[in-house]
Design a protein. Sequence first.
Length: 206
Amino acid sequence: MILTALLAASAFASTIEDFSPMIPGTKWTYEDGNGLQLVEQLREPIDIGKGVMAYPKSSSASRNASAAELYRIQDNTLEMVGYLDKSKKESPINLFSPPQPVLRVASGKAEWQYSTELPTTQGPVLQLVHADSNHGPKRKILDREVETLIVHVFSQIGNDKEGVQIRQDAVYGKGIGLVEMTEATKAGGRTVKRVLKLVKFEPPQG
């Protein structure tokens, strides 16, 4: 009984780094339902101020080749702390206050929430985010079988009647990162769905 309990506990003794590898040079290629591909790549960490380091992640979806989102790991949480735009010489680093939690890992279910303001042409709009994660079953991801983490994120932008609701259901693979995400955006009585699936995972050579 004790041995079984210890083995069960060790199976879920995962860290945030297990499901969000922060290794510069790592590249992920995703494909949506229309066959369009999105490529993301993690870059070398940079100092964002006062000795705090963050990892830029570039995306082929960005119109600006010099722009990237900035991430760091704090305790058991992956946070997006802002974005980097090297085309802006004077202030290339733009930080969020506070940082936005993206992923959290615990021995069981983890929950988190935060609020922020989104800039619009009509002024800032409040965004409320509620999320949770929990361990899922092992799955065959590309060429390997890995442990998974199931993540649900619900966002409410604006008020209940005229606002926008976004629900994301994601699967993260141990040692890989995000492997699948379904996003449903509801606005004006209409719901638009988008699916992303990992089709290629390239860890850095060496």
